[in-house]
Each structure stands twice: as C-alpha cells, then as structure tokens.
Design a protein around this ligand. Structure first.
Ligand SMILES: [Zn+2]
Length: 203
C-alpha cells in the first residue's frame, strides 16, 4: 500500500512520526508504558526512514511499525509545542504537516532540553548515536538534536522556515500556537513571546 508513496511524502510523514515519538517521550504526561513505545518508535524510525524514502521494502515495513507504535504512545499522553507551532504553519501556508513538524523539531528540542532530565540521552541512544555512555548530559543533548537534524537533512527536509514564514504573521501564529491543545503538555512552560522568538529564530 505504501510503495507508491513519493519520496517527499514518505519523508514528511516519517518525520511527523519521529516528532510524535520525541514529543510524546518528553511531554509532561509521559509514563513508563508510553516511554517504552516512544523509544522503540524512535529506534525504528531512525533505522528505517532513509530506506523507506528509497522505497526499500524493509524500510517501508520498519516505518509502518515505527509510526504505529509512536501513535499508540502519543495518543495516550499528548505532544508539545512543536506540534502547536506546526499546526498554524499548515493552516496559513499549506506547509505539509510533517515538513512543518520536522523543521521545528531541533528548535523545539533545544528550547525544551533543560526540562527533560536525562531523556535526550535515551533519544540519542535510540537514534544510534555512538559513544553516548561516555558523554556528559549537555553533550548528549546536543548529539540527540544533531541526530535529528542529520536525519531530516538526509531525507530532504529544509533546515529552516525561510521562504515559508512571513514575519508579519508571527504574532498571530504565536498566539494560535499558545492556544493549541498540544501546548500545555510541553515539558517547558512557554509564553506567547517565547513562541514568537522560536518562530523568528527560523527565518
Ligand atoms: Zn503530527
């Protein structure tokens, strides 16, 4: 069923699934049952998305399982500010949901890092980063974010919102993101002004 999906659609929906897994793993409501699902989803998606984009059957199978497990996790505990901010971009500019989520993910991860304890260590390990055991927390956090950036780049997702986001829309978008149902679950509480800054950092 998925073998006819074009590469760009595969990349966008796959990065959306990764965002579900990462936001679900660090959200305020995260619990041991969903942690188990989200970490396995991060592992499966990181290992298979590149091959799925190349339409390799093993990559497609791994992504089918990975996105499903991520869905089982986050539908129990919710997401965070990445999804809150992505929803407005899709509504205003028709940006594909997964592309919006993926572009925002490293920025949202950096913003949230201080409220995630040792969770980015587990994310880095699940993404296959080598030598995480020997890293201090700050280095492991950077490594987890770098692994997300690399995967995004490898599957052709733009690195920022240049050419998409218009500066004059930022106040409206930030207010909308603040009112979004996903925002209260974000591990770090944020104000409308802080969300504005996150948007502006990407143009
Ligand atoms: Zn999503």
């Amino acid at each position: 069923m998925m073998s006819s999906m074009p590469p760009r659609l595969t990349a966008a929906t796959g990065m959306d699934a990764l965002t579900h897994a990462i936001e679900g793993y660090i959200t305020k409501g995260a619990c041991p049952m969903t942690d188990m699902m989200h970490l396995e989803a991060i592992r499966l998606i990181s290992a298979n998305l590149r091959d799925a984009v190349k339409n390799k059957p093993s990559g497609r199978a791994g992504m089918a399982l990975g996105q499903y497990i991520a869905g089982m996790g986050f539908s129990n505990v919710g997401l965070g500010v990445d999804h809150s901010m992505a929803h407005g971009l899709s509504a205003l500019y028709n940006t594909p949901h997964g592309v919006a989520c993926a572009i925002l993910l490293p920025t949202a991860m950096k913003f949230n890092a201080s409220k995630t304890g040792k969770r980015y260590i587990e994310i880095a390990k699940a993404m296959g980063v080598k030598g995480v055991e020997k890293m201090d927390l700050a280095t492991a956090r950077k490594a987890a974010i770098a692994a997300v950036e690399k995967l995004s780049k490898d599957v052709g997702i733009p690195a920022n919102l240049k050419g998409i986001l218009k500066k004059e829309d930022v106040p409206f978008l930030a207010k909308s993101a603040y009112a979004d149902a996903c925002r209260p679950g974000n591990p770090r509480d944020c104000t409308v002004k802080e969300i504005e800054k996150l948007y502006l950092s990407l143009i």
